[in-house]
Design a protein around this ligand. Sequence first.
Ligand SMILES: *[C@@H]1O[C@H](CO)[C@@H](O)[C@H](O)[C@H]1NC(C)=O
Ligand SMILES: *[C@@H]1O[C@H](CO)[C@@H](O)[C@H](O)[C@H]1NC(C)=O
Ligand SMILES: *[C@@H]1O[C@H](CO)[C@@H](O)[C@H](O)[C@H]1NC(C)=O
Ligand SMILES: *[C@@H]1O[C@H](CO)[C@@H](O)[C@H](O)[C@H]1NC(C)=O
Length: 488
Amino acid sequence: MRTSTAALASGLAATAAAAETIHGVLVFTRHGDRTTKHYGNTQQLTSLGAEQCFQSGSFYRSRYLSPESPTHISGIDGEQYTRSQIYATAPDADILLNTATAFLQGLYPPLNSERVTTLNNGTKISSPLSNYQYVTLHGVSASSPDAIWQKGDDSCPAAAAAQSNYKKSEGYLSLLSSTKAFYESFYPYLSAVYDYPAASSLSYAGAYDIFDLINVARIHNSTGPAKDISAEDLFQLRTLADQAEFNTNYNASEPARQVGARSLAGAVLTHLGDTVSKGQRKFTLLTGSYDTFLAWFGWAGLTEASPDFFGLPDYAGSMVFEVFSDDEADGQAEKRVRFLFRNGTEDAVELKSYPLFGLNKPDLTWTEFQKVAKEKGSISGPEEWCSICESRDGFCKMYDSQGSSSEGVKIKNGGGGGMDGEMIAGIVLIVVGGLSLLAAVAMWAFVNSMRKKTKGENGATSVVMNAGHHAKGWDSASSTKSHEKVTV
Ligand SMILES: *[C@@H]1O[C@H](CO)[C@@H](O)[C@H](O)[C@H]1NC(C)=O
Ligand SMILES: *[C@@H]1O[C@H](CO)[C@@H](O)[C@H](O)[C@H]1NC(C)=O
Ligand SMILES: *[C@@H]1O[C@H](CO)[C@@H](O)[C@H](O)[C@H]1NC(C)=O
Ligand SMILES: *[C@@H]1O[C@H](CO)[C@@H](O)[C@H](O)[C@H]1NC(C)=O
């Protein structure tokens, strides 16, 4: 393992569950496999995507709802949906609503037949689709103030401005030129895309979009040429998309870039607060997109626990906040919060626990969790969001009284500045496996945020590489260091 925190993380999954009571959880899930994002609102969750989300719901059902599970949630009705115990929500967009629906179908599958109701006249009645359970799903319109919780960066002018600053950074400009020929080489695969009219229109500026078009085509299009793209090239496209999107959605010195994470933190505090205090709510499902995941990975210090968090989460990946208490403490001890992440839905993909906020602790007391989240700039509600976003449109109009403008609103905007201040632009060593064991090691110039200083357990500073992410470089002059294996 690369760092002490990563080592800590990997041990946690196994040790969790001993002598503790789980009171409730919040799951934030990414959508499953879908058609390409390129054509905007034509995108759809595919059957594969629905199956992934269903599998994810089933996975959490066996972990949290099954009475046999050592990690089942105390007091939850695992068989029959009980409204007061479950809250599920998704932005009002087909893919996300359907993601949540499929997840809930896995979480609460049809009731078994003994649960059918009997009418007064003796007739037995079951519901359609073999006793399907209708779990309430709250769709949130983009114009509602509640839209901030799952998609906090949307319609936020300050976030958009801060995010576009990435395109002015040295790291960006350097990759833009060093990867130009690589991107242009994919033109034969994208020539059918009407708004990429020539090879010259392909570059790192479209890193995610190009990766997405090719990735989707490789999964679904049996007639197009994309299936001929090598796994290695796809990996490069993904890695470049990882970097473009991570840096767009997180920058320690520009807190507005990660407004999505800070809003999500506010939602986590509110929903888990209900679980912690009243104990009625046991399972909360929120639904969103990779940009909020990446913003969260940066903002919550997860990249310090594992460099894997610089990468895009897989389809239907999910993060989980567990509220639990230590049984040994006899109900006296304060409730605690633990963070876990599951990078996809295949059976082999584990749900792993990671320390939050770079604090190197496996979990936090509820008080500490709240305190650190607030210090780092979690957003408490729409009024604060409007102020941070410098938005006066839509629902923000109602906070903008008599032209006094939102400058008068007190905001807490200091979040994010401190903990990751050491993030530096740098050069990364890449160690690769591949066809040849010795082969292909390389460097990227200016791969910001892939090289980080991390404090080891004994206070020693060590360098963490995003080693899993790179197979070849653009800067052949740098390849002299190529055979150094980076171990930290
Ligand atoms: C019992 O009541 C239901 C609902 O009104 C009706 O559909 C059904 O035909 C009734 N069965 C009998 C045996 O009367
Ligand atoms: C982060 O933001 C600072 C300040 O705006 C900027 O100098 C730096 O280049 C940014 N880093 C990236 C990776 O965009
Ligand atoms: C499959 O790829 C071909 C060639 O690029 C393209 O014309 C076609 O529209 C694609 N089909 C789908 C369903 O995207
Ligand atoms: C999730 O998986 C993708 C590859 O499929 C990888 O790039 C990324 O780093 C992984 N994230 C974590 C936190 O494991």
